[in-house]
Design a protein around this ligand. Structure first.
Ligand code: GAL
Length: 701
């Protein structure tokens, strides 16, 4: 999928972008972002439009069509810098004024964007230092997008000016609903001189003295040892054999911080001029690993982009048309808890143009994704884009209308249908509806820190390890139990979740172990999985037994770990059932009072423990040391954990998601088979029918 493709590109390029930015104004934080989105509106449906791509005579027709199709907002201008500032310091907003007012006349709220991903040709010509430098050592050039050095003072100066112009002009315009900063900030590695300088400053702020840096980086190894910060180069894996994993980890932290800093700086510029009712967000790629959306804490909320059908097999024979089943479930669970609101800023409207293979989505799938967006808590959703482009690098990419500019695509008709259905559902909204207690009781949190991902991926130990895939397995299990899932961070309150899963939580400190321990003592059910606790935050191993700081918590010793070949046939036994594994096996030695609930059944450690379970006075800790081939063992263990905790679980098939939101139950089906959803006798079906067919939606109260 596109996200993965980008992720891989980024991992290959790995670097950072540096910024010395003015002090940032604090966001209006503290209040939940839900204040921008009245619950009774449920989910607003809008669309992307590029007025600068089309003759001005067609705008009226296009906005009228959007209104007629039921769209409620329009998203514009993230790539239009060359039209706003055709020559350095000469601005032209007449066209955007006209587009905004035409949209408003058609009852479309406007999301405006800062155009920072696409500087005009004059900038690159006059100030080539504004481009980032790739891992290949080459400076990027004009002709694409998202190619800038975020630490370059000239890029920042010119960005400051265009953002301020926009904020002053539209910040009080009642047609403007909110702002998107930049586009899909993917924390691109940058090896430019400005990035290197900023990296050094970042390191100096973190470590204060070079001696501390040498210690934290383990710089005695291979005589890495530095005398001064200004000797430090950005570690570039394309030039270095075995770069320091500690330096790489810091470079990834720095790169994500720089991206967040750039966004916070933009937000502060906007906030000097915009009305408090206008919100500020950005659109992160749904599962990108290089940027860390949580670091953008000064935005009002974080939205995301999602392209479910992009050449992957997914589930079952029709999975390639139904779409990536984890995408929406993950994005809602990940982005909404950050600030209490989210939306899907870009959603695939039909066939795309950039995947390895670009199939047609299954009829109905676009509608299903939209209703799934609603189910996972999105306050808005918009397809990328209204019109199919006739030119440019996104030819072949579907829009809501086709190449003639007027005929709706199949996905366009599905959007229109959802916009209609949403209006009907709003009439059924009951503000007094309360989360059903049995659903609430299953609340599950997944503890997530991007730094684990960055560090593990640097030294996987087996080419078969997939950090995202490992996490998705646990998400899928919790969803199959019918649990509402939130991704949370270490700073969050664990105690409101009866179950907390920390998958492959490699980097820890003693404070985190204490927080986990308190959670368990107070009645929480903690599930840790393989690789957890191996390292300190700086990526160094403990000078202790392997992962020893978690021994008292899990009630066991992690003696060693083992990895098999890709055709390896490792076996684990639980309750007389045999499960196969070949990716990862932590071999455990339970202490007295800790139960061994699964054991290895072959290899030289047959009979030793793969999964432990320890009861505390009120809660429990389960350590799942193995990753099996099909995830059945993990699911059976978790079912036992929930059962012992007195939490009733359901058993939905893979790819079937059932969520409750604002008084409505919503079921969607990404599997290739119809499935029945049991409803209570009092249930009133509002949309859809049973059994639930693939690509279909069932909504009831
Ligand atoms: C997104 C990007 C959009 C557009 C789209 C095409 O990743 O943010 O600008 O390129 O892909 O599918």
């Amino acid at each position: 999928m596109k996200e993965l493709r980008l992720l891989i590109m980024l991992l290959l390029a790995l670097s950072g972008s540096a910024v010395s930015l003015p002090a940032m104004a604090r966001a209006q934080t503290g209040e939940s972002a839900s204040r921008f989105f009245p619950a009774k509106d449920l989910m607003r449906v809008g669309v992307y439009y590029y007025p600068e791509h089309w003759p001005a005579e067609q705008w009226e027709r296009d906005f009228a069509k959007m209104e007629a199709m039921g769209f409620e907002f329009v998203h514009m201008a993230e790539f239009a810098w060359a039209f706003m500032e055709p020559e350095e310091g000469k601005f032209d907003f007449a066209w955007l004024d006209r587009a905004v007012s035409t949209a408003a006349r058609h009852n479309l709220r406007v999301i405006l964007c800062t155009p920072t991903p696409c500087p005009p040709a004059w900038m690159g010509e006059k100030y080539p230092e504004t481009f980032l430098v790739g891992a290949d050592g080459r400076r990027r050039e004009h002709g694409s997008r998202g190619n800038n050095a975020l630490a370059d003072p000239t890029y920042l100066r010119l960005s400051n000016r265009i953002i301020t112009e926009l904020a002053q002009r539209y910040g009080r315009n009642p047609a403007v609903w909110g702002w998107q900063l930049d586009n899909e900030p993917i924390a691109q590695p940058d090896y430019s001189p400005s990035a290197e300088q900023a990296f050094r400053e970042w390191l100096k702020a973190r470590y204060k003295t070079i001696d501390v840096l040498n210690r934290e980086w383990g710089a005695a190894f291979w005589s890495l040892k530095y005398n001064r910060f200004d000797q430090i180069r950005i570690p570039n894996p394309s030039y270095l054999y075995g770069p320091s994993p500690h330096a790489i980890l810091d470079f990834r932290r720095f790169t994500a911080d720089q991206t967040a800093k750039f966004l916070h700086w933009q937000a502060a510029l906007l906030r000097r001029h915009i009305a408090p009712a206008q919100w500020i967000t950005t659109n992160y790629i749904s599962n990108i690993g290089s940027s860390d959306p949580r670091r953008s804490s000064e935005l009002d909320f974080i939205s995301f982009t999602l392209y479910p059908v992009s050449g992957g097999h997914n589930l079952g024979e029709d999975g390639f048309r139904l779409g990536w089943q984890h995408g929406m479930a993950f994005a809602g669970a990940f982005y909404k808890p950050i600030k209490g609101a989210t939306g899907v800023m870009e959603l695939q409207p039909g066939q795309v143009n950039w995947a390895w293979i670009n199939p047609q989505p299954m009829p109905g799938a676009v509608r299903m994704w939209l209703w799934h967006a609603f189910a996972v808590g999105c306050s808005f959703a918009s397809p990328y884009r209204f019109r199919q482009p006739l030119y440019g690098s996104e030819q072949y990419h579907y829009g809501i209308v086709g190449t003639d500019g007027v005929t709706p695509s199949p996905g366009g008709l599905e959007y229109e249908q959802v916009a209609r259905e949403m209006r009907v559902l709003r009439t059924k909204y009951d503000p007094t509806a309360k989360t059903p207690p049995r659903y609430r009781a299953r609340r599950t949190a997944i503890l997530w820190n991007h730094e684990n991902l960055w560090n593990i991926d640097q030294q996987k130990q087996t080419g078969m390890w997939d950090t995202w895939g490992h996490m998705f397995r646990y998400l899928e299990i919790a969803k199959s139990f019918g649990a509402p899932v939130d991704f949370i961070s270490e700073a969050d309150d664990f105690s409101t979740y009866p179950v907390l899963i920390a998958p492959a939580y490699q980097l820890i400190d003693e404070e985190l172990v204490r927080k986990w321990t308190r959670y368990v003592e107070q009645g929480g059910h903690l599930v840790l999985t393989c690789r957890t606790g191996q390292k300190k935050r700086n990526g160094q191993l403990w000078e202790a037994r392997w992962a020893e700081p978690i021994y008292p918590l899990i009630g066991a010793e992690v003696s060693f770990f083992d990895l098999l070949l890709n055709d390896g046939k490792g076996q684990v036994e639980m309750d007389s059932s045999i499960y196969e594994w070949n990716v990862w096996a932590d071999v455990l030695k339970p202490f007295e009072g800790t139960e061994s609930i699964a054991k290895y059944a072959n290899q030289f450690y047959a009979g030793q423990t793969a999964v432990t379970h320890r009861l505390s006075v009120k809660g429990s800790v389960t350590y799942i040391g193995v990753q099996t081939k099909d995830g059945r063992l993990e699911k059976d263990v978790l079912r036992l954990v929930y059962k012992r905790a007195g939490i009733a679980t359901l058993d939905y098939p893979a790819g079937v998601y059932v969520d409750w939101r604002d008084g409505f139950w919503v079921a969607v089906n990404y599997s290739s088979r119809a499935t029945d959803i049991a409803l209570s006798e009092r249930a009133e079906v509002l949309l859809g029918s049973r059994p639930l067919k693939p690509a279909d939606v069932l909504i009831w109260k």
